[in-house]
Design a protein. Structure first.
Length: 70
């Protein structure tokens, strides 16, 4: 039994993934500008995680303060 998607369904799924990917990349860019460091959004199923890079303790404190308004 063939369990592959018909070509039209596969293209629709790929297009939907690309649209979502565009929004994720745009969100990463906005966070990068707001925080002044590299940010990655990693999707996994319906959830995921946000990864924020920092190079030293002072940068971590600065990012924490930016996120918490402290």
């Amino acid at each position: 039994m063939d369990r592959t998607l018909p070509a039209s369904d596969a293209r629709a799924d790929a297009a939907t993934a690309k649209v979502g990917d565009v929004h994720v990349r745009a969100a990463e860019d906005r966070l990068k500008l707001a925080l002044g460091t590299r940010v990655r959004i990693v999707r996994k199923g319906k959830g995921g995680r946000i990864e924020i890079d920092f190079g030293n303790e002072n940068e971590l404190i600065r990012i924490f303060e930016a996120l918490t308004d402290k």
